[in-house]
Design a protein around this ligand. Structure first.
Ligand SMILES: NC(=O)c1ccc[n+]([C@@H]2O[C@H](COP(=O)([O-])OP(=O)(O)OC[C@H]3O[C@@H](n4cnc5c(N)ncnc54)[C@H](OP(=O)(O)O)[C@@H]3O)[C@@H](O)[C@H]2O)c1
Length: 330
């Protein structure tokens, strides 16, 4: 049976590589992210990868009539999946005839729920902020039950407090906590951003889909080596992700569902560092590995594929480190 794979943060980097690997395996893949342009580009590229893969006609990433994925998506037969299978001229299907990237349901500006589809609908991109409960609820109703859920969405916090502390020593302060209050507010925003991006995204997405998951399903969340180090808000958030994963594994294990974290070390060719990594820092990160190379998104994609395979059914509740030896567990 064709598997359905949902990858949050699948428009770039590690998530995109994970999506590519599953497309190449013949799965139906849904990727999400907040930026429509990234999703649109990724769907186009992934659809090309999948063009040579065999699949049953009419099987789309948003559900078929059979299997777990037929659940909710099957009920919404009037929605995207139905349109695509029937070749309706309306909405997305109309755009599909015209090119690799199917187009946009409803058209217009970038907005939550906006969808992009490859030619045969086996790769779908859905604009969705995984830290927004309402958007995630809409996504779950749209997608149905995935066989593999990959929580790859995450990254460094969006706001960072100034390093210089004005007001703490009285200089520049108003004596009534003004500047110090602002500084602490910035600290709070940074931590909220780190936890929203790296914990809430996985927690909400899993909570939205867990009742749909069938025995044999896998939930795989991308953590970080930063959880083992002086990671600040980001590392603390990834450590919390691993703690939540252990809880989640215990909850879903009796249903035959595995839950694991993969913790990457330094991985190149993603948007993670936002071009902010100096050559010196990059060299240090590579030097601390045992194999003297950076990780690649495909290293991660292959590990995800393994954890979602039949050979990994007794692996659950774990954090699997993929870092070339930069951090060892002993
Ligand atoms: N690269 C590394 O060295 C490294 C090391 C350790 C761990 N990691 C982890 O690996 C994962 C993937 O990162 P990457 O390296 O591939 O970087 P990346 O290219 O920046 O990928 C992160 C993806 O997550 C998406 N995203 C972020 N917040 C989101 C949200 N609230 N809702 C939906 N999507 C969201 C981003 O898309 P939008 O901005 O469009 O939403 C982006 O596509 C992250 O969890 C990261 O923390 C990376």
């Amino acid at each position: 049976m064709t598997r359905v794979v949902l990858v949050t943060g699948g428009g770039t980097g590690i998530g995109r590589a994970v999506a590519a690997r599953f497309v190449e395996e013949g799965a139906r893949v849904v990727i999400t992210g907040r930026r429509a342009d990234r999703l649109e580009a990724a769907v186009g590229e992934l659809a090309l990868l999948g063009a040579s893969v065999e699949g049953a006609p009419g099987e789309t990433a948003l559900g078929s009539a059979d299997g777990p994925s037929g659940g909710l998506a099957g009920e919404s037969a009037g929605g995207l999946a139905g349109e695509m299978a029937s070749g309706s001229a309306g909405g997305l299907a109309g755009g599909l005839a015209g090119g690799v990237v199917g187009g946009v349901v409803g058209g217009g500006a970038e907005r939550p729920g906006q969808e992009f589809a490859g030619v045969d609908g086996r790769v779908i991109g859905v604009v969705c902020d995984a830290a927004d409960p309402a958007q995630v609820a809409v996504l779950a109703a749209r997608v149905g039950a995935p066989d593999v859920l990959v929580n790859a969405a995450g990254g460094l916090p969006e706001s960072r407090p100034a390093v210089t502390v004005t007001g703490r020593d009285g200089a520049g302060g108003d004596g009534a906590g003004g500047d110090e209050g602002e500084r602490l507010a910035a600290v709070g925003r940074q931590w909220e951003s780190a936890f929203a991006q790296n914990v809430l995204t996985a927690v909400l997405t899993t909570a939205a889909f867990e009742h749909l998951l069938q025995p044999g399903a896998s939930v795989i969340s991308i953590g970080s080596i930063a959880a083992e180090r002086r990671g600040g808000s980001y590392g603390a958030a990834k450590a919390a992700l691993a703690a939540w994963n252990a809880f989640q594994s215990a909850a879903l294990g009796p249903r035959g569902i595995t839950c694991n974290v993969i913790a990457p070390g330094y991985i190149e060719a993603t948007e993670f560092f936002r071009d902010g990594l100096t050559e010196e820092r990059r060299a240090l990160l590579i030097e601390e590995t045992h194999d003297k190379r950076p990780g690649t998104p495909d290293d991660l994609a292959r590990t995800v594929a393994f954890l979602a395979s039949a050979g990994a059914r007794h692996i659950t509740g774990q954090t699997l480190h993929v870092n070339g030896g930069a951090h060892t567990t002993r």
